[in-house]
Design a protein around this ligand. Structure first.
Ligand code: SF4
Length: 432
């Protein structure tokens, strides 16, 4: 047994598992108290004070007061049930893992990267291997993740993409419910049947316009790509995958005619079209005036199509959904900039080079790849000194410590300008 494990008797003790069960029972409405109900601050505000208690002849009330005080002291002395490994300080349980497979892409979208591409891409040997991806995914699924999405770059440019999907799809037996992918659709006509057969269940396709001319301007690739991508979307629906189209809306580029074209297109297909507010990332030249708030788009759509029907949003949903009456498809808005949904955030990210990123806008990362390959020193892991490659328990500790450091929203920033100024990876290196 490695020396570092001998130093620590058990990294996931029974008491911890008990704590997880207690927290789960409480969330399910069981009789146990919520962990935070025992916090010292609640005692400061709630515990009755005996100081200056001079109420004449009130023996009964004094006895009751003392009993209440004793009860609060006993509660304070009882150990707090520890949070589950993927639960943060804000009681958010993380059940959704986004894994980036590559930093490469076969398009050159103007809002994403320079025409010549990125110069300093991570060498292939430093990306996570299929085996490492499977190991990490298994660890997260066993801790309650039931939804995984593969992102990039463009995930389909990885030659082993079908193998990766098959490996992760095998985690259905461990509790995985959804295995999705976000793709620009260019290689999907060739790959979709194999991906569906390997176990892919959900597909988000990125497409910012239905106009071949504008597509060429945005992506710096042939406008013939539009027909290709739309064919892939239709094929995906036929194969039974839950299919969505993602449209990043940029003022002055695709915020009027294109948005209305997409709404019209969705009327006749079982597809969700989602309009995404333009977000700032390193190198994407974001400026406040390029952002189109979703309410503006909503008004534009109502003006053209009349009042919309509200569609129920699911828990942890990042989009707000509506339907044009009589349509087969629905439209959604991802409102990260003007109406953030951090309060229900259940997302964690692993970058293609193996870093765990607990918030899209946060630049604090920890390398799970290095932990798996060589081990991490204390100052990097935050919790454990590993003398060699990390065990699954070591990894779980590293992940848990990072999750506990997660901020309540937007990595602790509030103004869009702060997000734009903060150092972060480019979108293509994060994986969206
Ligand atoms: S900004 Fe961070 S906290 Fe908010 S929803 Fe995105 S990942 Fe979650």
């Amino acid at each position: 047994m490695p020396a570092h494990l001998l130093r620590r008797p058990s990294l996931v003790p029974a008491a911890h598992r008990l704590g997880v069960a207690a927290a789960a029972a409480w969330r399910a409405g069981g009789a146990l108290s919520p962990p935070l109900a025992r916090s010292s601050s609640s005692q400061r505000t709630c515990a009755p004070s005996t100081a200056g208690s001079t109420s004449a002849g009130s023996d009964t009330s004094t006895a009751e007061t003392l009993r209440a005080l004793a009860r609060s002291r006993i509660a304070a002395a009882a150990p707090h049930p520890p949070l589950a490994p993927l639960e943060d300080r804000h009681a958010r349980q993380h059940t959704y893992l986004r894994i980036s497979l590559t930093e490469r892409c076969n398009l050159r979208c103007t809002y994403c990267m320079p025409a010549e591409g990125l110069a300093d891409l991570t060498p292939r040997a430093e990306l996570l291997t299929p085996h490492e991806l499977q190991r990490l995914a298994t660890l997260f699924v066993r801790q309650g993740v039931d939804k995984i999405r593969l992102t990039g770059g463009e995930p389909t440019v990885r030659r082993d993409i079908v193998d990766v999907v098959a490996r992760l799809a095998s985690l259905r037996s461990e509790g995985l419910l959804q295995l999705g992918m976000t793709s620009n659709g260019m290689l999907l006509p060739r790959l979709l049947p194999s991906l569906a057969a390997a176990g892919l269940t959900h597909l988000n396709i990125s497409l910012d316009t239905l106009d071949p001319h504008l597509f060429e301007l945005i992506t710096r690739r042939s406008g013939a790509g539009v027909a290709r991508v739309l064919a892939a979307a239709e094929q995906s629906v036929k194969l039974g995958l839950t299919t969505k189209l993602n449209v990043v809306v940029v003022r002055g580029v695709n915020d009027s005619k294109d948005v209305l074209d997409f709404v019209e297109w969705a009327r006749h297909r079982d597809i969700v079209v989602r309009f995404i507010e333009y977000m700032p990332f390193d190198g994407n030249k974001w400026r406040p005036e390029k952002l189109v708030p979703y309410r503006v788009l909503l008004e534009r759509i109502v003006e053209r199509f009349g009042p919309l029907e509200k569609v129920g949003d699911t828990a942890n949903d990042t989009s707000k959904h509506w339907r044009v009456p009589g349509s087969r498809g629905t439209i959604g808005f991802i409102t990260s900039m003007t109406d953030h949904f951090c309060g229900t955030c259940n997302r964690l990210r692993i970058t293609a080079d193996g870093n765990l990123k607990v918030c899209l806008f946060g630049n604090t990362e920890v390398s799970l790849r290095d932990a798996m390959r060589t081990g991490l020193p204390l100052e990097l892991s935050g919790v454990a000194q590993t003398d060699g490659p990390a065990s699954d328990e070591d990894l779980l500790h590293i992940v848990s410590a990072a999750v506990k450091r997660k901020h309540a929203k937007h990595a602790g920033m509030s103004a869009p300008e702060d997000l734009a100024r903060s150092a972060n990876r480019s979108m293509i290196r994060i994986g969206g």
